[in-house]
Design a binder for this molecule. Structure first.
Ligand code: NAI
Length: 338
């Protein structure tokens, strides 16, 4: 097995706890890897960098092509621009791919949920172009380009086809944002008609889409949407399958990819040793498949599925109704590796 070089960004809040747990699992499962650990966010400033997203961190991801990332806190209403948004824009990680699946042993309202959110990751309202127009009047600019809308639509349809999925549904608000969401929709329709007529295509105005999601998520499959909608709907969908502790994610570009959980830095539980590392471990499984280590990926999947199916309180974290801390859960997972 060849040795991989992977950039590791521990992040902050629960980030260092869940990245440490994930590294332990990858090591125990036999991944041959050299970690290049570099900071982002407040951690970068603490380590003496003059920037929350040091060029060294970005350059390392460009060079090594793959990163595993813990969450990074973004100040609310003031302070620096989101490191996550900057990273996705700088590296053109244009597709956020977030599988949302029911897990055996995790009790939720629905069984058989199996969706994948494909979120446009580089534009929309996340361009961060905000202006004070007059005293008491501010604006945010939503940007949609034909290039980016077409690129993400192609990604979603190609993903659906290659994985034998039933259908791609676009969530939009083109009844109100006729130009921006209208362009998103036009691009999706054109890509479907010209290149993917074999994939079933559907559209939902996002408000109705959210209602359908909570009524019966098993009716939905691949969900394609612009940046903000993808952000919001990801957490909504996480709530359908057991919460943010069990939903992984990846940010995919042409040249490189950054794997991270959907959840944030969870300041309310940071430093307490109770965070569920499973979402990042599942993101690492996606990373293993991406770098061609499917056997190790299956080994880890088998181990966490066994723990969830056992359903023993002492080996489940609190968000899943158990009593285990991050370390106990990780120890139990490693013990189950075959
Ligand atoms: P959050 O996802 O950090 O937390 C929401 C709720 O879920 C909290 O109650 C938290 O304790 C719980 N939770 C999240 N992950 C968990 C885990 N692994 N195990 C157990 N419980 C977990 O969202 P919030 O509070 O809105 O954001 C906190 C910070 O994280 C903000 O600064 C935000 O900007 C940042 N953030 C960063 C992301 C990233 O780096 N990719 C993604 C989302 C938010």
């Amino acid at each position: 097995m060849s040795k991989h070089t992977i950039v590791l960004i521990p992040g902050d809040g629960i980030g260092p706890e869940v990245t440490k747990a994930t590294k332990r699992v990858l090591d125990a499962a036999g991944l041959s890897v050299e970690w290049v650990e570099l900071p982002a966010g407040a951690a970068a400033l603490e380590q003496g960098y003059d920037n929350v997203l040091p060029e060294r961190t970005v350059a390392a991801i460009r060079a090594h092509k793959v990163a595993l990332k813990g969450p990074v806190t973004t100040p609310v209403g003031k302070g620096f621009k989101s490191v996550n948004v900057q990273l996705r824009q700088k590296l053109e990680l244009y597709a956020a791919v977030r599988p949302v699946r029911s897990l055996n042993g995790v009790k939720t309202r629905y069984d058989g949920v199996d969706m994948v959110i494909v979120r446009e990751n580089t534009e929309g309202l996340y361009t961060g172009i905000e202006n004070v127009i007059a005293k008491g009047v501010v604006t945010t600019m939503k940007v949609a380009t034909e290039v980016a809308c077409t690129r993400i639509a192609k990604y979603a349809f190609a993903y659906a086809r290659s994985r034998h999925r039933r259908k791609v549904t676009v969530f939009h608000k083109a009844n109100i944002m006729k130009l921006t969401d209208g362009l998103f929709l036009d691009c999706a329709r054109r890509v479907h008609a010209q290149e993917f007529p074999d994939v079933v295509y559907d559209e939902l105005i996002i408000d109705a889409g959210c209602m359908k999601l909570v009524q019966d998520p098993t009716k939905l499959d691949v969900l394609l949407m612009e940046n903000l909608y993808g952000d919001l709907v990801s957490d909504l969908c996480a709530g359908l399958v057991g919460g943010l502790g069990v939903v992984p994610g990846s940010n995919i570009g042409e040249d490189c990819a950054v794997f991270e959980a959907v959840h944030g830095s969870a300041p309310d539980i940071a430093g307490k040793g109770v965070a569920n590392p499973l979402a990042l471990i599942m993101s690492a499984v996606m990373m293993l498949n991406y770098i061609g280590e499917a056997t190790i990926a299956e080994r880890i999947k088998g181990a966490y599925n066994a723990i969830l199916s056992d359903g023993r309180a002492e080996t489940l974290t609190r968000d899943l109704g158990g009593t285990a801390g991050t370390t106990q859960f990780t120890d139990a997972l490693i013990a189950k590796l075959k």
